[in-house]
Design a protein around this ligand. Structure first.
Ligand code: ARG
Length: 561
């Protein structure tokens, strides 16, 4: 519901002498537009039966001055709901007003928010496990920016962890007696070397130790290892960027854990003076347990007894840097839900040490699962490369119809991205979902292509109009569509407030279904005069809403499909 309509409804009810914060919600009862269930709460307050209160409210409402302007019918439904059917006039006026509003009527915000998403590890190719954080993080970024916030997207690369030492070890063995500067390798080499080394470290304790030693030296700034590190970094990050670009996932900063390391001297110096930081068996830890905890929250380990830093240290260092550079109101992390304990520790450590006193929130995303409902794996048991998933989706869509084979490349890519993103974003971010390529690629059903197709189909029907909506509403489907469009402002507001892109995705699907019904029931080509003008306005607006919301989800409309 847009704000004007909402205000009118709420204020009308509030006019009545029951002083209460009335809340009218969209009704799911057939033929009823809105419903108010406050009589139940009021009943307790005034010691009267809800039904009696509801009747009193309705009677007063009916006697009020603007009643006929705003309402078609207001009634009480047992045991005390107030059902409201609003007037066509109110719907049309609200719609006209909404169409003129900036940002589809969403309320403005003005915060500085860092969004940490993506989080890939350098030297390893992106895999299916990286899909959700990228898609959801980007959507949250788009939504918050649309609302007027200053958003700062940071990819937070894992660029100085164990895998780097392992790959460097592999390189040193493959290129013996070569000066570091002269060692040359390509992405293929990297893609082979990392899994090879990772497997070797699992079975060979000696090698594992040597690799860990290299990693530690690298973290301490060894200039020779840094030469190789840079070569690995450039190749890998280039490749990661290519895939993110394809998915229209973009970051303002490509900082990595290695950048956090630069903050350590300053930060550790500060931390050493904090009373809650202590040494335990030679390791530096921060106790983060709280009395109200229902589960045991272990201390946050920030330096091992051998001097090495950890994942948590780099996150604290990153918070330190973000505070210094951006002074944000909030830092949001879109990271796999399985890291939630870890983030509890880090956030508490940051708060207790006052590294950062603003808001820190982890939105833990669920996993993309295979048919067995376990995190997606290839037939051989490995993680499916994101690039291979993209290829599979593209193949699936191309195979669907003859025409798809000759489709414009750019259009095809937009559709592929819509398949991936809509499949993902229609689920609450905390949920896991099963990736069913076939189902998600269909042009029918709750899919990206369905919404895109609806948009394009309607676009073809549009001619021209004078922008002035008449007072009429012609039938129930028409009324439905107009009422649905009026919800858009609050949908965006809610999605932003909850940081839940799926709220927009479900609305988009519902709207597309109604819009489809609308044009199928009303043959635009056969219409003329006022009704045609009105319908053209409604459908034009419908497409503005579809397009704007799709873009918030990071989905773009192809020229044809
Ligand atoms: N690279 C990490 C991993 O693969 C994810 C990083 C998430 N972001 C963060 N600030 N910790 O698990």
């Amino acid at each position: 519901m847009n704000t004007k309509l909402e205000n009118i409804l709420n204020e009308t009810l509030n006019l009545l002498n029951y002083v209460y914060e009335t809340k009218v919600i969209k009704s799911n009862v057939d033929g009823v537009d809105f419903q108010c269930d406050d009589a139940f709460k009021l009943a307790k307050l005034y010691h009267k039966a809800p039904f009696m209160i509801a009747e009193e409210v309705v009677n007063k409402l009916k006697a009020s001055e603007n009643f006929n302007d705003y309402f078609k019918e207001v009634s009480v439904a047992k045991p005390g709901f107030i059902n409201l059917i609003v007037s066509d006039k109110l719907i049309n006026e609200s719609l006209t007003e909404l169409m003129q509003k900036d940002k589809l009527g969403a309320t403005k915000e003005n915060e500085t928010i860092v969004i940490d998403y993506g989080g890939p590890n350098v030297a390893k190719p992106l895999h299916v496990g990286h899909l959700r954080t990228a898609i959801i993080g980007q959507a949250i970024n788009n939504i918050l920016k649309f609302k007027g916030n200053k958003t700062i997207g940071d990819v937070h690369l894992g660029d100085i962890g164990a895998q780097m030492g392992q790959v460097i070890y592999g390189i040193l063995h493959d290129f013996p007696n070569t000066k570091y500067e002269d060692i040359e390798f390509d992405l293929n080499y990297l893609n082979v070397t990392y899994p090879k080394m990772s497997a070797l470290c699992k079975e060979n304790e000696e090698v594992r130790k040597e690799c860990a030693e290299i990693t530690k030296k690298l973290q301490e700034g060894d200039p020779n290892y840094h030469i190789l590190w840079k070569k690995i970094y450039d190749l890998s990050v280039n490749d990661i960027k290519r895939i993110y670009d394809y998915l229209d996932v973009h970051f303002d900063y490509w900082y990595g854990e290695s950048d956090a390391y630069k903050q350590f001297p300053e930060m550790m110096n500060y931390l050493d003076k904090q009373p809650c930081v202590r040494i335990d068996n030679g390791a530096k830890i921060i106790d983060v347990k709280e009395e109200t905890d229902k589960v045991d929250i272990p201390p946050c380990l920030i330096q091992k007894s051998d001097g090495a830093y950890l994942y948590a240290t780099s996150d604290l260092g990153t918070i330190w840097q973000r505070k210094k550079d951006f002074n944000p109101d909030e830092i949001i992390y879109v990271v796999d839900a399985r890291q939630s304990m870890y983030f509890t520790q880090v956030f508490r450590a940051a708060k207790k040490t006052h590294i950062y006193d603003g808001k820190l929130v982890h939105y833990g995303n669920g996993t993309v699962n295979g048919k067995d409902n376990k995190p997606f794996k290839t037939r051989t048991g490995g993680a499916l490369k994101l690039e291979d998933l993209i290829k599979e989706v593209k193949q699936e869509f191309v195979n669907l119809r003859q025409e798809n084979q000759n489709m414009d490349r750019e259009d095809l890519d937009k559709i592929v991205v819509s398949i991936l993103k809509f499949a993902d974003l229609q689920n609450d971010l905390t949920r896991n979902y099963i990736f069913d390529i076939k189902k998600f690629s269909e042009v029918n059903g709750k899919t990206g292509p369905y919404i895109l197709y609806t948009y394009l189909r309607i676009n073809k029907l549009l001619t021209s109009n004078d922008g002035k909506l008449s007072e009429n509403i012609y039938n129930d489907i028409d009324r439905n569509l107009r009422l649905k469009l009026l919800e858009v402002s609050s949908i965006i507001d809610e999605a932003a407030k909850e940081r839940r892109p799926h709220i927009i995705a479900s609305y988009l699907y519902d709207l597309a279904v109604i819009a489809n019904n609308f044009y199928q029931a009303n043959h635009m080509a056969d219409l003329e005069g006022q009704i045609k003008n009105d319908y053209d306005i409604i459908l034009t607006y419908n497409n503005v809403v579809l397009k704007t919301l799709l873009e918030l989800l990071g989905i773009h409309i192809p020229k044809t499909m």
